[in-house]
Design a protein around this ligand. Structure first.
Ligand SMILES: [Zn+2]
Ligand SMILES: [Zn+2]
Length: 883
């Protein structure tokens, strides 16, 4: 029972973190009894290190998972990481660059080998950090999106979708990153508002001398690839242009005027240039009118041979030259400042280039329909519910999903191109010859799949699919997903679509969307702002439990979480308070020769008495009744993902009920009986139960204390993390005990307030009288000793109405009078008179200023508001002084 004087979480947290894993406590068993609760982790990128956003997410998951496990559910939290295609490839490419190499020097195979080496060396950083922070995952089931099992699932899904006609290869306009050399999905393009220009260029109309059309563009270099200009059918200004052609300056090419809705009569001159190879809308208009596509910018962002004199130039250099040449030829009409939204590669910030290329696509409409229905019918529930609106908005407007990436790190597309006849073979196993021409010259597609393709299968691929495993049968659909809103589309929507398609059921029943962690000024945390909080630094400083508690206190559904040093500091204070309470109990156990003990039944809890004939002490009955109420509220709060509420209830219970009252009352008892008796079993049982209530929020502190409390106790569970979670029972509420201790608390609080108001030294013993006309007086009388000790007031108990007195206070049931010595009373009266004078002066001064129209006219609103508040405050103080 030895316990150190000071709460030093660094001493025991790493020990329990490792012990939990080594003991296999979090290993799930698909055959175990109980209701199933399963959850898969949003797989962090393998390149990642834990940031405070992860810590929030993992804390919320861990609280829920630990709670379910303690409630006796068959619980699985499956961990793992994502290979994170483009992100990981960039990390390794940067390393290569330091050696003066690039991936093309190395070749594909050697490069992939380098990435795997990198992964082996650094890829489990997140795992180590998660273990240290107490995440109660089943590490025996850890998965990686590129491991063999998951890769098999990826192939299976690809082949089945292809055979169903839901995967196709097509020419399409994609967002291209000229730096990363890959297509990007719309979601991987970050848009920023920048100040650009609108160049107005005129094209001469053929067959109509001195007639020009003027088009406006933000990207003049693309005019080299124009294959038409468009006017709107409804635009009366250009009826005479229908069927005409214009001459494209610089290129001296004749291009048609087409009539299409692409031209908006309200924008610019109402005529637009059409560049099907370099703009998505133009691409679609080009399809409608069978226009040729002339590609003038290549995959490196340089001008192609089709750009004539500009071939080989970088696209931005070409822009300058094109504009200069147009100006010189008299075809530049004007240049305007123009704000525009510039799309950049999310990874490397290079401006994206819309390019036409052949890519692989998933036809998403049929998949999205079922995924929409799953939310509409409530089979998937979003919490908070308003996220479903965002989900619908995106799903209703979904476009086909470009799944091919021109990277080397990822799942290679299971398609082979026949070098003889161009046949494409999509298959699970590498084919040996072309089914059409019999040629053995087959080359696998060089592209890999979008990283979200594999993570989209995560809830079932991790459980063993396509095999019908026991895990899959037991744990799919998963019960809950806890994730951030930023991957609602990238990930949550894709899982919904693919889960329903391949498993015939939703991948998760509920999706809880958590907020962002912000700083004291409610600013978003970012490296550039320099306001980030490193979870490993603060957990070292305050202890993991304190940081968890600080995060949970702010974690109300639908709100962001403010995390400050003060909050973590005060959470450490909370942990320290519990530590000190434990120290007191343990020291007294030792002094009394009490053996470690836990109650036989951990599901229910109730006070016990030393002998059948003697009732348990009132404070024991009271604390068990409060525990019951605390259990009710905490269970309810965790069930509803109201983590902030669970944290507040636990905080209040431990601090303001267990430590401030129960332990204090016990101290009186111990003082009188020089030890823990009587009722020591109750004291330990109450503390033990309280620790279990707190465990999901503060796992380390509670395990440390629980193990000391229960060491050697017969029949106890191995760990508090698998002990039962206390449940509310209606019949365990002890109204009589709550009423009686409530009266004691009321009187003590009243006496302390009176003493503080009269500015009397807390150490000065006072005398007083308690008046009441109700039966509660007798109840109060039984606690005379406690009142005398806790409030330092010796009371006389009088049935009846009180006389008028200087220092008194009343409640509905009681009147309390403190007998303050004459000299002190006079001093107090003097002080009150002085205070009153000062208040009267202050009030007069404020009233004068607030009555001055001229002053009100020039003073800022918040100053006036502040003065009004102050005035009201002074008036209230004065009223109180006057009694
Ligand atoms: Zn890039
Ligand atoms: Zn062939």
């Amino acid at each position: 029972m030895q316990i150190e004087k000071v709460y030093e979480p660094q001493r025991f947290e790493p020990h329990w973190a490792q012990w939990w894993i080594d003991s296999g406590l979090f290993r799930a068993n698909s055959k175990a009894p109980g209701k199933v609760f399963s959850l898969v982790i949003p797989p962090p990128n393998v390149t990642g290190v834990l940031h405070i956003g992860h810590m929030l997410e993992h804390t919320e998951i861990d609280v829920t998972v630990r709670w379910h496990r303690m409630c006796g559910d068959n619980t699985l939290w499956l961990p793992g990481t994502d290979h994170a295609g483009i992100a990981t490839q960039m990390v390794v490419e940067r390393k290569l660059a330091e050696e003066g190499l690039n991936r093309r020097d190395l070749g594909r195979e050697a490069f992939e080998k380098r990435v795997w080496e990198w992964k082996a060396q650094y890829g489990d950083t997140i795992k180590r950090q998660m273990i240290r922070l107490g995440a109660s995952c089943d590490w025996s089931r850890e998965r990686f999106t590129l491991d063999p099992g998951l890769s098999r699932a990826v192939r299976e899904v690809f082949v089945r979708l292809y055979e169903k006609g839901l995967i196709y290869r097509g020419e399409y306009m994609v967002n291209w990153c000229p730096r990363c050399h890959t297509a990007l999905s719309d979601l991987e393009v970050a848009h920023t508002d920048v100040q650009g220009h609108l160049w107005h260029i005129r094209y001469p109309v053929i067959g109509m001398p001195d007639t020009f059309v003027t088009v406006a563009t933000t990207r003049p270099e693309t005019m080299l690839g124009d294959t038409a200009v468009a006017v709107n059918a409804k635009d009366p200004r250009y009826l005479d242009l229908h069927g005409k052609t214009v001459r494209l300056p610089l290129m001296d090419r004749e291009i048609p005027v087409i009539v299409d809705d692409l031209a908006d009569p309200a924008f610019g001159t109402g005529v637009v240039k059409v560049t099907p190879a370099h703009d998505l809308n133009d691409f679609e208009a080009g399809r409608r009118h069978s226009l040729p596509k002339i590609k003038v910018i290549d995959e490196n962002g340089a001008m192609t041979a089709a750009a004539g004199a500009y071939a080989g130039l970088d696209r931005f250099e070409a822009r300058l030259r094109v504009v200069a040449a147009l100006d010189a030829a008299g075809n530049l009409v004007k240049v305007e400042e123009y704000p525009l939204s510039l799309g950049r590669c999310d990874r490397c910030k290079t401006p994206v280039e819309p390019l036409v290329s052949t890519q692989w696509f998933v036809k998403t409409k049929p998949l999205a329909e079922k995924a929409i229905e799953a939310v509409e019918t409530g089979r998937i529930e979003f919490i908070p519910a308003n996220w479903s609106k965002t989900y619908y908005e995106w799903m209703y407007n979904i476009r086909d999903w470009c799944i091919s990436r021109q990277l080397w790190w990822g799942h290679r597309i299971p398609a082979w191109h026949c070098q003889e006849c161009r046949e494409i073979v999509v298959a699970l196993e590498t084919p040996t010859k072309c089914p059409r021409c019999g040629s053995a010259e087959l080359a696998q597609d060089t592209d890999v799949l979008d990283t979200w393709f594999s993570s989209g299968l995560w809830p079932f691929s991790t459980l063993g699919w396509p095999d019908q495993t026991e895990d899959l049968a037991a744990y799919y659909p998963t019960s809950l997903l806890i994730t951030g809103f930023d991957i609602l589309f990238f990930w949550v929507a894709r899982m919904a679509m693919l889960g329903i398609e391949f498993m015939g059921d939703v991948p998760f029943r509920q999706v809880y969307i958590h907020g962002l962690v912000r700083d004291a000024e409610r600013q978003k945390m970012s490296k550039t702002r320099g306001n980030t909080i490193d979870p490993l630094v603060v957990t070292e400083k305050y202890g993991t439990d304190a940081v968890r508690m600080a995060l949970l206190q702010g974690a109300a559904p639908g709100t962001d979480i403010v995390l400050t040093e003060e909050r973590m500091e005060s959470s450490r204070g909370f942990a320290n308070k519990i530590w000190n309470a434990a120290r007191f109990l343990f020291l007294n156990m030792e002094r009394s020769g009490v053996e470690p003990w836990v109650p036989e039944s951990l599901e229910t809890f109730h006070p016990v008495s030393e002998a059948d004939t003697v009732e348990a002490p009132i404070e024991d009955r009271w604390i068990f009744s409060r525990l019951n109420s605390c259990a009710e509220q905490v269970n309810h709060a965790i069930e509803q993902y109201r983590y902030h509420e669970a944290a507040q209830v636990l905080w209040h219970f431990f601090w303001h009920e267990f430590c401030d009252w129960y332990v204090e009352l016990k101290k009186l008892n111990f003082r009188e009986n020089s030890g823990l008796t009587p009722g020591w079993k109750n004291t330990l049982a109450a503390f033990e139960t309280a620790l279990r209530l707190l465990h999901p929020a503060m796992p380390f502190l509670t395990e440390e204390l629980w193990q000391r409390l229960a060491a050697g106790a017969p029949g106890r569970p191995k760990s508090i993390s698998v002990a039962g979670y206390p449940q509310y029972r209606r019949e365990a509420t002890d109204f009589a005990a709550e009423r009686e201790i409530g009266i004691l608390q009321e009187i003590v609080t009243m006496a302390r307030t009176l003493r503080a108001e009269a500015k009397l030294d807390p150490k000065q013993q006072l005398e007083g009288a308690l008046y009441s006309r109700s039966a509660a007086l007798d109840l109060a009388r039984t606690h005379a000793v406690a009142i005398q000790t806790l409030a330092n007031v010796k009371l006389e108990f009088v049935a009846g109405a009180p006389p008028k007195a200087a220092v008194s206070r009343s409640t509905a049931e009681f009147d309390l009078i403190l007998h303050v010595p004459q000299a002190q009373q006079e001093a107090q009266l003097k002080r009150q008179a002085k205070e009153r004078d000062q208040l009267v002066k202050n009030i007069a001064s404020l009233e004068r200023q607030l009555g001055d129209e001229a002053f009100l006219g020039r003073a800022p609103a918040h100053v006036v508001e502040g003065m009004r508040t102050k005035l009201a405050d002074y008036r209230a103080q004065l009223e109180k002084l006057n009694g």
